[in-house]
Design a protein around this ligand. Sequence first.
Ligand code: PLP
Ligand code: SF4
Length: 355
Amino acid sequence: MGNSGNTPVKAIENIEILRESVPLRPEEEAWLRSGKENPGLPLRITPHYLKLMKKDLSGALRRMAIPRGEEWTVLDYETPDPLHEEPYEVVHRCIHRYRDRVLVLLTDACALYCRYCFRRRFTGENRGVLGDEEIRAVKDYLESHPEVREVILSGGDPLMLPDRKLDSIIGILGNAGSVRSLRLSSRIPVVLPSRITAALAGILSSGPRVWQVIHINHPAEISPEFLAAVDLLAKRGIPMLSQSVLLKGVNDDPEILAKLFRGLVAAGVKPYYLFQGDLAPGTSHLRVPLSRGLSIFRELSSMVSGLALPAYAVDLPGGGGKVRLGAEAIAGLHDGEYHIRSIDGRIFRYPEEPV
Ligand SMILES: *Cc1c(COP(=O)(O)O)cnc(C)c1O
Ligand code: SF4
């Protein structure tokens, strides 16, 4: 099995080799010295990201990519499936959680393994790419569920698939049942921008409508190579969104987020989601307390344009699903008038019209 079906990626997967390129800090060495049999989420860093990491003096990028001893600390409210996806797996690796869209896990491999990965129960286990039979089963499901209008290609990282396979899957799932568009969620434009070729842009722009969703967390990830990759997609008219995770010691600062989101808007990418960290095992050192997340988001909201502002969302533990936070402006309804909080915190009134 091994890497079966994924495009081979040149990456650092061994801590000894990593140590030759970057001196490791004691807290990173501690991951190794745990003596645990199961390595958890594997180590994998692309040469491109290594280069960015070395340039980034803040240490934010290495927190996302180099494992630390803290990963072995699992809190009692952390769970292997924090998004509660397993009960909604209607067909092998196809999650139907919300009425009009499904999410398909095309592969469990990624070009770089993010240390905060919320799907680590699945990611990096060498399960390989979804086979033709399994794709057909998803297609059959879509044909018998006309309420589904959108397919989200996820994983792992769906851009790990070779062009031909991806092209075929987009063609099959993008035209099944009532589906009219696909979303392709990937971190590859950030960690392996050379994967974004003219041939790939051709595939993403020639069949059913594909929305590219880019997983990006820090302004230092906006490299010249990233910008060139995004430009290639933009020139082909591929609509682009971003999603980010709020991470402690990485981007838990309104200034850093503002810089990231403004940079994305300038590149033609609309910031879509900023996620509160999920309660995945061994990720508490990277999570931001919710109260702090709310205050960061409030401050960010007053700094950037509506175009640059993503929705701040949390996936509620215990299967509550995705919920948008921090935008609540309604302070109450009193004597037929809504009291609504303005961006600077003052209360204004808006009359409730008679029906
Ligand atoms: C997040 C998510 C979606 C997409 O939700 P949107 O709010 O439309 O972006 C779909 N399915 C699953 C299982 C998800 O977790
Ligand atoms: S790219 Fe996504 S699936 Fe892959 S390791 Fe990062 S968070 Fe997990």
